[in-house]
Design a protein around this ligand. Structure first.
Ligand code: AMP
Ligand code: MG
Length: 424
């Protein structure tokens, strides 16, 4: 399925870009070239399919709606019986309620009481709203100003039999599982879940439950990575903390690559540590080490270890999340079969904080988008932006993205933001 990279130069040279200053967009493009989505599929019930990626088009087996029906509570009439602007009185001969249609047809001079969703009886070609009639027993007086076909939903106007209701490659949302059920379809074919193995590297790390000795810290990256992967519906394989020891790392890399589609690590890719991990990965696969022209998240390793894709994220907790959202997320979505991978929108809002920014790299500052009393939106930074300050991510509800060429931002300037949470 996933072919190893045969030509390491394809990764490392990355056209004529400098691996010591790789633009964000360029790194994304290079990674995208090596991603081949999963192909294995499974059939699952429609409820369980929420969040899963469709592996086949869903074709409508019926017309939706199945019959011409009323969009309003009112009276089904023959349009030809109505007068352009005068009043006419029709005889009500029956009722058509949702689920209980009128059996006969509407003849000249007649009408049928109809409720929203009721099947439009034969002969009728317009619905007059109940608010627009005068009722005296079965005598219904209707004024002028109506149109043929009004308030009438045509059979198949939403979906016709044989039409594609949902395309292969979409991740199913609540509206989609509803749409599938509305077609009477109980099972769908989806791609299998992506298997992702991950571990933290670092002699200084201890896991929750252990007592950190002097100079040691609790591992947090494994928890954020676990959270981000779980949100995306991946099958996760948490391999714990691995010490900065070549033999242990080699074992962990081989095991992870042997059991997963994707391996994600944190730490060990910064200058100083990278060399020894580099040598190791040179033995096991084809991996490149980039210094991305971005802040935070400068060092990043990407490549293949056997058939598995490898992302070596930086160690700093904020850098982990930023590089995950800016590189790993899209790659995982593409590998999961999403086609196309939806673009996360950015939009411009005024920034109320003054921001320091050096041109030459893309910055992802952590922001708080909020609305003032008059309903206008603006963004401010979360405070200190150090790449070790995980609280800045925790408080943020958006990234403030400052492009390569951008310099300092003065209060009131427009900036690009990318919201962290979606509504569905
Ligand atoms: P490294 O890239 O391994 O040099 O790590 C950079 C910084 O991130 C160091 O201060 C590390 O202590 C810290 N760090 C690395 N891994 C983790 C982790 N899993 N959880 C929390 N902090 C980490
Ligand atoms: Mg380290």
């Amino acid at each position: 399925m996933n072919e190893p990279v045969r030509d390491a130069s394809a990764l490392s040279c990355a056209d004529d870009y400098d691996p010591n200053s790789m633009p964000v967009q360029k790194a994304r493009e290079v990674i995208a070239r090596f991603l081949s989505p999963v192909t294995a599929t499974e059939r699952i019930g429609v409820r369980a399919a929420l969040g899963r990626v469709l592996a086949e088009d869903v074709i409508s087996p019926l017309d939706v709606p199945a019959h011409d029906n009323s969009a309003m509570d009112g009276y089904a009439v023959r349009f030809a019986d109505l007068k352009g602007d005068g009043e006419v009185t029709l005889k009500m001969t029956g009722t058509s309620f949702a689920g209980v249609p009128f059996k006969g047809s509407v003849k000249a001079g007649e009408c049928v009481r109809i409720m929203t969703g009721g099947v439009v009886p034969a002969g009728a070609d317009a619905i007059v709203m109940q608010e627009h009639v005068k009722v005296a027993k079965d005598q219904i007086a209707i004024g002028g100003g109506h149109k043929k076909g009004q308030n009438l939903r045509k059979a198949g106007e939403d979906l016709a039999t044989g039409q594609v209701a949902l395309k292969r490659g979409v991740a199913l949302r609540p509206a989609d599982v509803g749409l599938i059920s509305s077609l009477g379809i109980g099972e769908v074919t989806v791609y299998r879940k992506l298997r992702v193995a991950f571990f933290s590297t670092g002699d200084e790390l201890v896991s929750i439950g252990s007592q950190p000795k002097e100079g040691q810290i609790f591992d947090s990256n494994r928890y954020t990575i676990h959270g981000m992967l779980t949100r995306m519906g991946c099958e996760v394989l948490d391999m714990g903390v691995v010490r900065d020891d070549p033999a242990l790392l080699e074992k962990a890399f081989s095991e992870a690559a042997g059991s997963a589609d994707v391996v994600i690590t944190s730490g060990g890719v910064s200058v100083g540590e990278a060399d020894f991990v580099k040598d190791l990965l040179g033995k096991l696969g084809e991996v490149v080490f980039w210094k991305i022209a971005m802040k935070p998240g400068r060092p990043l390793a990407y490549g293949k270890i056997g058939g598995a894709h490898f992302f070596g994220l930086p160690g700093n907790p904020v850098s982990v999340m930023v590089t995950y959202y800016q590189f790993v997320r899209d790659a995982l979505l593409k590998l999961s079969g999403l086609d196309p991978v939806p673009v996360v929108p950015t939009f411009k809002v005024p920034c109320t904080s003054a921001l320091k920014k050096a041109p030459g790299r893309t910055e992802f500052q952590r922001g708080i988008l909020s609305q003032d009393a008059t309903g206008n939106w603006s963004v401010r930074v979360t405070g200190e932006q150090g790449s070790g300050i995980l609280r800045s991510m925790s408080e943020a509800n958006c990234f403030i993205i400052l492009s390569t060429d951008q310099g300092n931002v003065a209060p009131g300037n427009l900036v690009d933001v990318q919201v962290l949470e979606g509504v569905i």
